[in-house]
Design a protein around this ligand. Structure first.
Ligand SMILES: [Zn+2]
Length: 147
């Protein structure tokens, strides 16, 4: 249900991995709420739902969705990544204009580099790019400053 002014930004899941034995118990709602609080996000812009296809998160000019099927240990990283897309909307006024300014191919890597700087360990776009360039990091730091 993408409106013409909406740029859908999907965060794909990683390959399946097993739960680490002895790892602290993870509670989905706690991870979700704690991360939104940590980022200072307005919960009215967020919902838990079904992200189309195999995506785990999606952001638009209207807000963000985290797929209910995201494994607990990835919830905080997915929230951080989608938060960075909302920051791009805040910085540029819309996802479409963010894509125009940053380059449509750089929207994801910049969001992922900012998510990495904010503490995420699951950063698939950074992984597939082999890291963040200086330009990516500069744009990512700018996103972190955006309020
Ligand atoms: Zn994304």
């Amino acid at each position: 249900m993408a409106a013409l002014t909406t740029v859908a930004l999907l965060l794909p899941p990683p390959p399946a991995a097993s739960q680490t034995p002895g790892a602290p118990r993870c509670t989905w709602a706690t991870e979700y709420n704690r991360t939104l609080d940590e980022l200072g996000e307005d919960r009215a812009l967020w919902r838990v739902g079904d992200v189309p296809d195999t995506g785990w998160g999606e952001a638009s000019d209207e807000g963000a969705v985290v797929d209910a099927l995201v494994p607990c240990r990835y919830v905080a990283d997915v929230v951080r990544h989608e938060h960075m897309h909302l920051q791009q909307v805040r910085q540029f006024g819309s996802g479409r204009f963010a894509a125009f300014v940053l380059g449509a191919d750089r929207i994801e890597i910049v969001a992922d580099c900012a998510s990495l700087l904010a503490g995420s360990r699951y950063t698939p776009y950074v992984d597939s790019a082999g890291g963040c360039s200086e330009r990516d990091l500069r744009d990512a730091r700018q996103l972190l400053r955006e309020r």
